[in-house]
Design a protein around this ligand. Structure first.
Ligand code: ZN
Length: 231
């Protein structure tokens, strides 16, 4: 009897109000905060965006649909044979995004979706806000590369086309912002780089930059692997 009373109390004081609050939140929250609404890459990143992005790995068709809704142009790649040390699965070659990249990028669909989100909602607005000039080209060291994480025996996310390295930004006014040169610069360039690094942390599973280690002194590493790091 005592237990039944306690359970009733627990239900009315805790479970019921929580369910009500959650219901109201899901009904009125913007879609990027609601984990039950399919991901739209045109929406700004929100509370549920990273969760939804990670779900795309298990739902490649939804991922390609989400990319199609952005106007990005890409060529789907055939899956690599299973069991090889390195390979591309549910991957594509990015033919045209909002901003040109300095090298051709071949990445998994969900890594591409994350990169698009970062480019559209973080990097491009940061450049116009801080410099008053759009980005003309994003400098990259590339995506797919069959190798281990530097100094370890563990496979890098690059080995499965699930990562990208960004080294700098060329603006339309001709200015070049370099991770290596400008990361610790107290001026606008440093402010811009800190902002795009911080913004990446909300989108990618792993964001690494010069503060992480010497191997990243000249670029940002973004990946959609299983770890969760912002350094
Ligand atoms: Zn990397």
């Amino acid at each position: 009897m005592k237990l039944q009373k306690a359970l009733t109390r627990y239900f009315t004081l805790l479970v019921l109000p929580s369910a009500l609050v959650l219901g109201v939140f899901l009904r009125f929250a913007p879609p990027q905060h609601n984990p039950f609404v399919p991901l739209d890459l045109n929406h700004k990143p929100g509370l549920a965006s990273h969760f939804k992005m990670t779900q795309l790995e298990r739902h490649p068709a939804a991922c390609f649909n989400a990319l199609d809704a952005t106007g990005v142009l890409y060529t789907p790649l055939e899956d690599s044979p299973r069991g090889e040390a390195c390979g591309k699965y549910d991957a594509l070659t990015l033919d045209r995004s909002l901003t040109p990249y300095s090298a051709t990028l071949s990445m998994t669909c969900w890594q591409t979706a994350s990169l698009y989100m970062w480019e559209r909602h973080v990097a491009r607005p940061a450049a116009t806000d801080i410099f008053g000039s759009p980005i003309a080209r994003i400098e990259t060291y590339g995506s797919f590369s069959c190798r281990n994480i530097a100094g370890t025996g563990r496979k890098s996310e690059h080995a499965t086309a699930n990562a990208v390295d960004i080294s700098g930004f060329r603006l339309e006014d001709g200015r070049l912002i370099n991770v290596k040169t400008h990361w610790d610069n107290g001026g606008k360039e440093g402010e811009f780089l800190k902002r795009v690094h911080k913004g990446a942390c909300r989108i990618f599973s792993v964001t690494l930059g010069p503060d992480y280690n010497a191997a990243h002194a000249d670029h940002f590493h973004f990946d959609m692997g299983n770890a969760r790091t912002c350094r």
